[in-house]
Ligand binder design. Structure first.
Ligand SMILES: [Zn+2]
Length: 257
């Protein structure tokens, strides 16, 4: 009996070793759901899969139905290799962070509109960015991906009473557990940490700007690092994930003289 096959486009988010020479590849499909495929023999150097299933590549796959939930990749065609990400440690660190969060958010057979287009767009733009630019794009991507998954922090108004974030250059309170900015009054009752008001203002800008606007704005590298730290804790609390790429992405932040 011939296999039933489907065609699927997706971006490679994760590769897991299977057996002697196979891979399980997690793709983010065009509808924003996760699609897991077995690529047989993909870890053999001569495999036609090996060069096409790089992290962050966009591929078209011909998928045969396996017995369980895993499909079997019959053919893989490269749509975009996002070559600009390869061989640059800063760009790949930032791209890995985005891929890792997408992999945690995407679920099999659950459509998340916009996630695929947004993920392809950020990888393409990161491929032409410098280290600081790639990190700003990663921070913007994390906030946007969290937002479309229903986990946007409140950055402008107090989660306790709705008071607006004051125009201040100073420190304010932020509650990861309760959902965002906390005013001084509510801070007495809500467990919160101190963050710079400008970190919340930058997070707000990154969340609501296009990737093009983020690239053009060239936000300060140390302030972007502050937003990434905020995202790191936020993702631990709300997604239940300690993303392994964070130390890698943050570690290469160089202090400004
Ligand atoms: Zn309040």
């Amino acid at each position: 009996m011939a296999d039933r096959t489907d065609r699927a486009r997706g971006v490679v988010l994760k590769k897991t070793k299977l057996g002697e020479s196979d891979l399980i590849v997690t793709l983010l499909a065009q509808d924003g759901s996760a699609l897991k495929l077995v690529a047989k023999g993909a870890r053999k150097p001569q495999s036609p899969f090996s060069s096409r299933l790089e992290l962050c590549s966009v591929v078209d796959a011909l998928v045969a139905k396996g017995r369980g939930s895993l499909g079997i990749a019959r053919e893989v065609r490269l749509v975009s290799g996002n070559a600009g990400l390869r061989g640059d440690v800063d760009r790949i660190a930032s791209a890995s962070l985005a891929a890792e969060l997408a992999e945690r958010i995407a679920q099999e057979e659950l459509a998340v509109p916009r996630l695929f287009d947004m993920t392809c767009a950020v990888f393409e733009r990161m491929g032409a960015a410098d280290a600081d630019g790639a990190r700003a794009l990663a921070a913007a991507y994390l906030l946007k991906a969290l937002s479309i998954s229903g986990f946007a922090p409140s950055l402008r108004v107090c989660v306790g009473c709705g008071a607006a974030l004051p125009e201040t250059a100073g420190m304010v309170r932020f509650s990861h557990v309760d959902g965002g900015y906390v005013c001084g009054e509510c801070g007495r009752a809500i467990e919160s940490v101190r963050v710079a008001a400008r970190t919340l203002a930058l997070a707000e800008f990154l969340l609501f700007s296009t990737f093009e606007e983020v690239s053009s704005a060239r936000p300060d590298a140390q302030e972007v690092a502050g937003v990434l730290q905020l995202c790191r804790r936020w993702i631990e609390v709300h997604i239940g994930a300690n993303l392994r790429s964070f130390p890698f992405a943050l570690g290469s932040t160089r202090p400004r003289p």
